[in-house]
Design a protein around this ligand. Structure first.
Ligand SMILES: CCCCCCCC/C=C\CCCCCC(=O)SCCNC(=O)CCNC(=O)[C@H](O)C(C)(C)COP(=O)(O)OP(=O)(O)OC[C@H]1O[C@@H](n2cnc3c(N)ncnc32)[C@H](O)[C@@H]1OP(=O)(O)O
Ligand SMILES: Cc1cc2nc3c(=O)[nH]c(=O)nc-3n(C[C@H](O)[C@H](O)[C@H](O)COP(=O)(O)OP(=O)(O)OC[C@H]3O[C@@H](n4cnc5c(N)ncnc54)[C@H](O)[C@@H]3O)c2cc1C
Length: 664
């Protein structure tokens, strides 16, 4: 039973919570990663929620762009101070979910903590780390990750910023030769950070060695003024995340010491000798790490959205299900259940996938530290695929949750606009999704070809070694995983065959690749979906705990499988791995799962354990007092300060006084 059951709430939610047939706390512990982690998160949350500094003076929507930025910078700096005072590692806070809701529309220091610091620890040598990390630890250095330029974000070999080695002075000269070479987008770059890890084309003795990272001071450590040779600014309002401080940066023959090149993997010696890295893509390591983290972040954003949508759907009554009877909770409509429950199952799918890719990241990077690079392509494909899938599933999921709340979901006070802009930008940043899907496809096609040449495949692509033969009519979880394998295998072999046919007609390989890229995208997504399904099934099989929690997990897993079979039924039919009758049986099962899970829905989202401050939504509050909150929130609009606004006297009254001259 829910541990929160005694807290007051509206009768609809009380009724829902009384239906709960599993231990909510146990599910919370599972999602947190154990009882101790739940306790730590709650402790951190209590520290955070008792801080008056986090109270916004007015709702940020009503602040100017400048005030919004300043307000969030104030809060993020307060956090650093607070964690220092409480002797808590800020990373622990940020990774614990306790910090959610404090910053409303971005964090000017997010890239510092999650991209810049990992770049320093992952790309610089021990001596450099010692110097820079000490300054980072003592808040002398705040940094960003400055890679993207006006002209290029995706194609890194096309970057135009140059870092030219001057052997005489033992310095690098950084330069932005064109307008398109301007660094554009880095978080915090505008007016927050004083340093940046800058990706630039390395030139030594007239030869270009490609993109490398450099540690660059941009602002004076005391005055915060931009240094001579550096031009900085903010790029202006965005679709969302307007307080991330995204900025631009130009260099005019700006000099930095030789040792400011990040030298863990590649080096330029004093005499200009270039020492190449053990793998050409090691300088892209930060991106791999951040992509892995995005899977977890988007999963948490989807948790917030489904919590809001589920609670609201239990409180909202509309129309008639049975003529003449009272209006039902909208959650009783099958169509509403179909909007929300698959999103809840997605949360769990992403949760298990995030855990497995984080584990893979640590084990592969440990191997790489010992000099073994063989698993880097696998990690690159896995992290790229899961970043793309999680960002697009979460973003679509948030939008479906918004739609499920009707008109009120469109209000800023529902918090859906912010949740949506947070998830949808993850589709673009850290590798645009289409581009990452094509990287996954590259790996799959290469692996498939290798298998065709008689080689044995390992890890996530092992099933492409030989044609899978699923047992017809086996609709168990394992049977469906076999069907998935067969469907993906068919997509991959068809696509590879098509590339070959296009080439046979005289087209070169690259053009053939482009002509088949829609199919390639499908292969990549299907392969990654299979991976997520497999992880879900295996993790649920291994889950420990009480029968009722396991039953919830099993039902959610089954809903995820049947839903994705239904959505992609054409692929299963084409591969012959499932029959039309199988699909019909599975779709019927999916509908009954909606009915089975519906009474537990509110308790499942309660287990995500967000407090009202974190959800920041009139629709998603614990007590379900939706209408009063919507009304109170509307009263905060500055337009409601007066009955007749100034704009009436300026514009509307003169117009009304003139009247229409003709009766057109
Ligand atoms: C309330 C609010 C709270 C606060 C919330 C805040 C939320 C956060 C907000 C904002 C945070 C934003 C952070 C975002 C930071 C960024 O976006 S940083 C910039 C990221 N940029 C990218 O990701 C660029 C994408 N492009 C690439 O990764 C690559 O250039 C490419 C993979 C597309 C192509 O690389 P290229 O050099 O052209 O290589 P290819 O010739 O195509 O391939 C060569 C082979 O190398 C393999 N490969 C490519 N990348 C990697 C890698 N990382 N690791 C390993 N291997 C790699 C590639 O597959 C090829 O292999 P084969 O030759 O064997 O096929
Ligand atoms: C909120 C936000 C925060 C960011 N933070 C940072 C940061 O801190 N540091 C930083 O360096 N950058 C940052 N970025 C930049 C981000 O990483 C890039 O915008 C992203 O990598 C996409 O690159 P692009 O903008 O050049 O898009 P483009 O590559 O120009 O994409 C435009 C379109 O072209 C398509 N396309 C491009 N190449 C191909 C291809 N090979 N095949 C098929 N289609 C293709 C894409 O699919 C897309 O549809 C941020 C961006 C955002 C939105």
């Amino acid at each position: 039973m829910s541990s929160h059951e005694t807290r007051p709430c509206v009768p609809d939610l009380k009724k829902e919570r009384l239906k709960c047939d599993f231990n909510v706390e146990e599910l919370t512990n599972l999602i947190d990663g154990g009882k101790e982690k739940t306790a730590l998160r709650r402790k951190l949350r209590s520290v955070i929620s008792s801080e008056s500094a986090y109270i916004d003076p007015i709702p940020p929507e009503y602040m100017s762009h400048e005030d919004q930025f300043s307000n969030e910078l104030r809060k993020t700096c307060h956090t650093a101070m607070l964690m220092n005072k409480q002797n808590i590692d800020i990373k622990t806070l940020q990774l614990s979910k306790a910090y959610i809701g404090v910053l409303k529309d971005g964090d000017p220091l997010w890239v510092h903590y999650h991209v810049f610091i990992p770049s320093i620890t992952g790309q610089s040598d021990p001596e450099q780390q010692k110097i820079w990390m000490e300054k980072i630890r003592t808040w002398k250095i705040f940094g960003t990750y400055a890679q993207t330029e006006l002209g290029h974000g995706t194609f890194l070999r096309g970057l135009e910023t140059t870092a030219t080695y001057d052997r005489e002075t033992r310095e690098f000269i950084l330069n932005s030769p064109t307008i398109t070479a301007t660094k554009w987008w880095p978080g915090g770059l505008g007016h927050t950070v004083n340093f940046a890890a800058v990706m630039a084309q390395l030139y030594v003795g007239g030869k270009c060695y490609g993109p490398h990272m450099f540690m660059v001071q941009l602002r004076d450590e005391n005055t915060h003024e931009s240094l001579p040779g550096v031009t900085l600014g903010e790029i202006g309002p965005r679709f969302g995340l307007n307080t991330n401080g995204n900025g631009f940066l130009r260099f005019d023959h700006y000099r930095i010491p030789r040792r400011n090149m990040l030298m863990k993997h590649a080096q330029v010696l004093e005499d200009g000798t270039y020492v190449k890295p053990s793998h050409s893509k090691l300088s892209y390591g930060t991106m791999v790490r951040v992509r892995v983290g995005i899977v977890r972040d988007t999963c948490i954003q989807l948790q917030q959205a489904v919590t809001i949508a589920t609670r609201y759907s239990a409180v909202r009554h509309q129309s008639e299900l049975i003529p003449g009877e009272p209006e039902p909770q909208i959650l009783d409509y099958q169509t509403q259940q179909f909007k929300i429950l698959p999103q809840i199952s997605s949360v769990f799918a992403l949760f298990f996938a995030a855990n497995s890719v984080i584990d893979a990241y640590y084990s592969v990077t440990a191997q790489m530290d010992l000099g073994d690079m063989s698993l880097l392509p696998e990690l690159h494909a896995l992290s790229s695929g899961l970043k793309a899938l999680s960002a697009s599933d979460a973003s679509r999921g948030v939008e479906i949750c918004r739609l499920s709340c009707g008109g009120h979901g469109y209000l800023a006070s529902s918090n859906f606009p912010r949740l949506y802009t947070q998830t949808t930008c993850a589709i673009t940043y850290e590798g645009e999704n289409t581009v990452l899907w094509l990287q996954v496809a590259r790996y799959i096609i290469k692996s498939y070809r290798s298998a065709q040449n008689g080689n044995n495949l390992k890890h996530s692509v092992s099933y492409l070694s030989k044609q899978p033969r699923p047992v017809r009519g086996d609709l168990s979880n394992n049977g469906l995983l076999e069907a998935f394998k067969a469907a993906v295998f068919k997509l991959v072999s068809d696509t590879e065959g098509r590339i070959q046919r296009v080439c046979a007609k005289g087209q070169n390989y690259h053009m053939a690749w482009n002509q088949c890229s829609l199919q390639l995208l499908k292969c990549a997504e299907a392969h990654t979906r299979f991976y997520v399904c497999e992880q879900f099934v295996r993790k649920v099989e291994m889950a420990k705990g009480t029968e009722n929690v396991k039953k919830i997990l099993k039902n959610l897993c089954r809903l995820y499988l049947t839903h994705h079979v239904s959505v992609n039924s054409g692929d299963f039919l084409k591969s012959g791995s499932l029959s039309q009758n199988d699909i019909a049986v599975l779709e019927e099962e999916m509908c009954s799962l909606l009915e089975v899970l519906r009474p537990q829905a509110v308790s499942i989202v309660d287990a995500f354990d967000f407090d009202d401050g974190q959800l920041n939504s009139c629709l998603g509050c614990w007590d379900g007092d939706v209408y009063q909150r919507l009304y109170d929130e509307a009263l905060k609009s500055p337009l409601n300060k007066t009955d007749v606004p100034e704009a009436y006297y300026k514009y509307l009254r003169p117009l009304m006084q003139v009247g229409l001259k003709s009766s057109l």
